[in-house]
Design a protein. Structure first.
Ligand code: FES
Length: 103
């Protein structure tokens, strides 16, 4: 599926925060960082935890289960115990709405 999927109004996620959304059955963690939007797959690569239930700090999302860190923009692991990147998805703004490309 190579089309853009609407995930709600821009206000679904506040600056510096994370929100969990469902894009056609795919769970996503959506971030707003310095006015730009990013999306990660909403499942930690270390265990069964939703990144959208974690905490945003210094450009990273902290997993709520074992406090591993992922870079919000790249999905790269930034601190133990996570070692595997989490998938990223493209996000765009369209008429006040957010859309993601699941690809
Ligand atoms: Fe996320 Fe362990 S489940 S760090």
């Amino acid at each position: 599926n190579m089309s853009w999927i609407d995930i709600g109004p821009i206000g679904v996620v506040d600056e510096g925060e994370v929100a969990g959304v469902n894009a056609d059955g795919t769970p996503l963690a959506i971030f707003c960082k310095e006015g730009r939007f990013f999306a990660l797959h909403d499942l930690c690569t270390h265990g069964q935890a939703r990144l959208s239930e974690g905490f945003v700090e210094d450009g990273c999302i902290e997993c709520p289960l074992h406090q591993g860190l992922f870079d919000i923009e790249t999905g790269e692991p930034k601190s133990a115990p996570v070692t595997v990147p989490v998938r990223t998805y493209a996000v765009r703004e369209n008429n006040g709405r957010l859309e993601v490309m699941l690809g």
